[in-house]
Each structure stands twice: as structure tokens, then as C-alpha cells.
Write a protein of this length. Structure first.
Length: 156
């Protein structure tokens, strides 16, 4: 978790784009171009928390697929009120807000991140029992970022 939460702290009013990658994925040579394009269009839209290169295979809601917004199949982007962790590019202000919130909440040893209905809760509970809960940043970010924001996904 530390490599995600503690290493990238975007500056105020920056135009930098960060991309958080898992260690077991390959990315397209067009990734940077796509991120620059969506960032130029959506950076100032308050309801977006970030972008992801993750495709529409997201099924985080327990026992069912979460519906996407009504977007034509010809569009190459779609929106979820979820985080796409496979290649997540947070908006700098959202990421700073998340980090501040995380550091404050992490001081409370009795607080456990939990979002009703998410399948990822089961993973966190398993990791918690195994003493590995501090290796999972995603659930913390889901709670902080997706409470007020959407994530823009790509359709490949």
C-alpha cells in the first residue's frame, strides 16, 4: 500500500498526469496519448476522480455486474462510480484529498474501510485476517474518491 499512497503527491495546480500500474499488466503504446486526451477534456469536471485504462470487465458488486452509464457501444469511454485499479490515473486534487483523508483515517486503528455491496470487501476481510490488510490501498481509495466522483474507463 505504501508504494501507492506515500510516493506520489501531486503538486497544487499541476498538469502532471500520474498512472498507477499493477506489476502484472501490459499497456498499449497509445496509453499516454489517451490519458492526455481524456485529461484535457475532463480535468476541470468536478465529478471525475480520475481515469483508468481498465476495460469494462469490472464486476465489483457482489453477485452482479454493476451497470455502466448509457453510452453507445461505438464510444471508447464509459463511466463508473468505481475505481479502476488496473492503470488508474487520479486527478491530482482528488489524489491529494484521498491521501489526506487516508492519513487521518489510518491513525484510527479500529477503522476498517468498507463499502456495502462491493466484492472487494471480502478480499479486504481475508487480508485483514491474514495480517495483510496494509497491502491493499484500493478499498481506502474506493471510499474516499468514489463517494463524490466517477472514474472514466476505456473501452478497447
Amino acid at each position: 500500500m505504501g508504494q501507492w499512497v506515500y510516493t506520489c503527491r501531486p503538486r497544487e495546480n499541476t498538469h502532471e498526469i500520474a498512472l498507477i500500474l499493477e506489476n502484472d499488466i501490459d499497456i498499449s503504446s497509445l496509453t499516454y496519448k489517451w490519458l492526455k486526451m481524456v485529461d484535457s477534456h475532463f480535468r476541470t469536471v468536478p465529478s471525475f476522480g480520475g481515469y483508468t485504462i481498465q476495460t469494462e470487465n469490472v464486476n465489483y458488486i457482489k453477485d452482479r455486474i454493476r451497470p455502466v452509464t448509457n453510452m453507445p457501444k461505438t464510444d471508447n469511454i464509459f463511466v463508473y462510480r468505481l475505481l479502476g485499479t488496473w492503470g488508474f490515473s487520479p486527478k491530482p486534487t482528488e489524489w491529494r484529498n484521498f491521501q489526506d483523508w487516508f492519513h487521518e483515517m489510518h491513525k484510527n486503528e479500529t477503522f476498517k474501510p468498507f463499502m456495502p455491496g462491493l466484492a472487494i470487501n471480502r478480499w479486504f476481510q481475508k487480508f485483514d485476517k491474514e495480517g495483510r490488510a496494509n497491502s491493499m490501498w484500493e478499498l481506502w481509495a474506493y471510499i474516499s474518491i468514489t463517494e463524490t466522483s466517477f472514474t472514466l474507463f476505456t473501452r478497447i
